[in-house]
Design a protein around this ligand. Structure first.
Ligand SMILES: Nc1ncnc2c1ncn2[C@@H]1O[C@H](COP(=O)(O)OP(=O)(O)OP(=O)(O)O)[C@@H](O)[C@H]1O
Length: 560
């Protein structure tokens, strides 16, 4: 059927067609419209709808007054999305009105030539221009820094851009508009007027994130350049000199090495140095901490697993640390905490280098060098049957003993200065120095947490000290803050070493409460490390279990 472009059908209550022009002269159009009009009380007619009965379907609009209906018929293809919107939302017009008059998001509409066709009232007020006076002018004459005319040309939306207008920064969205044949017909600009304070907040947030990014960049470059070589092991005491000489000797021998020493003495640092000085340095150093891992995961972590080996397993299966460490070095930290069933399996791997993945039956081989570490007493563990003697022989072909900090107090100045320099480089701040009284103070302490504890104490003092020179006072607690690790967990039968007496200080009470707080923190940390296992906590801190329970009661622990 050949259509005119438009049609009008006016019809009254008695179904008399008063006007039928254009498309409405065709009975295939007017008849179904008349039928709808006739049924309108039973089935209301939307303001805009598609007349599906016509072929092809036509878009129609209805305007009615009591007794008279006027259908306007559009010959073009119907715009399904628009018609559907108008047909299904009976407050569609209110939405449109809201969009163009919203006081918080002003709108400007330009045509394909960049001429303003509409400017919302809030925008007019903002620019101080008379109502409707912008219409017909090029957008660049009306709106400072506008790019809407460019957006029409490029056809590319610009979202969330900052635009300076009237000396104020606003966030704008610029969107090109296309007709149904995808031809650019104009563009709309939306300006967020609500809450300029939100922009200030956003700016602050961006500034904060930028700082954070640059902090992590510095951290990362520090990590990358960190060679973990011998030079990382700070100290010139005889004990450290001997340790370094031993590391050089054992590194080139391709045999297992066991590192023993209290927590925080630098066992991991030494493992890195041995690996870097060995013939395997170009391959991976794979780290695994048996204590930090739930017992049921140790096996799959070490040996890997086949697809579907257990619930929650990766569908593709996964390589274990042994496989990953092939040709390289495996650092097994806290080996003393390894469950006994895994000890047997580890022994087999160390004997012939073969193993099977969990859930698999294929024998795999890996050639790695084992460095293991522990702060536990192997003699006692073997005597109690907690650690296999045959495994101990296998892992300890060479044993290096790391000296505790209390045996090398002369290294404290060098270590402390290194930590201060690292701290200032990491946080991009001026380096503080330690006064000689602060150094003697640090040298008077027992350091059960060894170098890690010293490092934390130095960093804390660097943060909290007021001046550029750190004094002994800066290692005391401030307000509710934890004091630095002045004391330690001191077994009940031992007397703490006394810190130098300082002026105007309620010495006894503050030292006692400092000691209590330090003990509490160290106990809490150990509880976290050993998942609340009090036997292990007591062992690792070298205190009796009854003393631990007493302390927990004082700390208000109700799990004891
Ligand atoms: N000689 C040293 N020179 C400089 N830094 C050191 C030295 N020894 C240890 N550290 C630092 O002290 C911290 C603890 O060291 P590390 O983790 O190697 O100790 P660890 O003996 O493996 O401890 P744990 O038994 O608790 O795992 C690390 O930040 C490390 O860089």
């Amino acid at each position: 059927m050949a259509y005119d472009s438009y049609g009008i059908l006016v019809i009254d209550d008695n179904n008399h067609q008063l006007v039928a022009s254009g498309l409405a002269r065709n009975a295939l159009v007017s008849r179904p419209l008349a039928a709808r009009w006739n049924q309108r009380l039973k089935k209301p007619i939307p303001r805009i709808f598609i007349l599906e009965e016509a072929s092809p379907p036509l878009t129609c609009a209805l305007i009615d007054t009591p007794g008279i209906g006027c259908f306007i018929i559009f010959g073009d293809e119907p715009d399904a999305a628009l018609v559907e919107f108008f047909a299904s939302v009976d407050f569609a017009a209110d939405i449109l009105r809201h969009l163009i008059t919203n006081p918080f998001a002003a709108m400007v509409v330009v045509d394909a030539a960049g001429i303003v066709r509409y400017l919302s009232p809030v925008h007019e007020r903002f620019f101080g221009i008379k109502h409707a006076s912008a219409i017909g002018r090029h957008v660049t004459e009306v709106i400072e820094n506008s790019r809407l005319h460019e957006v029409v040309k490029s056809g590319k939306a610009e979202v969330g851009q900052l635009q300076v207008m009237n000396g104020t920064v606003r966030i704008v969205n610029r969107t090109p508009i296309f007709d149904r044949r995808n031809r650019p017909v104009g563009a709309i600009g939306q300006v967020m007027f609500k809450g300029p304070e939100a922009i200030v907040q956003l700016n602050d947030e961006i500034g904060r994130l930028r700082k954070q990014v640059s902090f992590y960049e510095r951290e990362l470059s520090g990590l990358r350049s960190r060679s973990y070589g011998l030079e990382q092991i700070v100290g010139s005491s005889e004990a450290v000199k001997k340790l370094k000489a031993d590391i050089i000797k054992v590194a080139s021998l391709d045999v297992p090495v066991l590192l023993v020493g209290e927590s925080g003495t630098g066992k991991e640092l030494v493992a890195h140095a041995i690996h870097l000085l060995s013939a395997r340095s170009q391959k991976a150093l794979v780290l695994i901490n048996s204590a930090a891992m739930p017992a049921n995961l140790v096996e799959s972590e070490l040996f890997g697993y086949e697809p579907g080996a257990f619930t929650g397993a990766d569908r593709k299966g996964r390589q274990g640390k042994f496989e990953i460490a092939d040709q390289g070095t495996l650092f097994l930290d806290e080996i003393g905490d390894m469950p006994s069933e895994i000890q047997v399996k580890l022994l087999r791997v160390l004997q012939d280098g073969t193993f099977q993945r969990v859930g698999g039956d294929q024998t795999k081989k890996s050639d790695f060098r084992l460095i293991s570490a522990s702060n536990r007493d192997f003699k006692a563990m073997i005597a109690e049957g907690e650690f296999r003697l045959d495994l101990f022989y296998r892992i300890s072909a060479i044993t290096l003993r790391l000296p505790p900090l209390k045996d090398r107090l002369e290294d404290i100045p060098e270590l402390a200065n290194t930590f201060l320099a690292q701290f200032s480089a990491r946080h991009n701040c001026r380096m503080k120095t330690l006064g000689s009284d602060a150094i003697s103070f640090l040298q008077s302490l027992p350091w059960p947490g060894n170098i890690r504890q010293l490092q934390h104490a130095i960093e804390r003092a660097a943060i909290f000290s007021e001046g550029d020179i750190i004094t002994p006072r800066d290692f005391e607690f401030s307000g509710e803050e934890m004091p630095i690790a002045v004391g330690a967990v001191i077994p009940p039968h031992e007397e703490p070493q006394r810190a130098p007496q300082r002026e105007a200080q309620p010495a006894t009470t503050s030292m006692q409460s400092a000691k209590d707080q330090v003990e509490a923190e160290i106990i809490r940390e150990a509880l976290r490390k050993f998942n609340g296992n009090k036997k292990k906590v007591a062992e690792s801190l070298n205190i009796s279990r009854s003393y631990l329970y007493k302390k927990l009661a004082l700390m208000g622990d109700h799990t004891s």
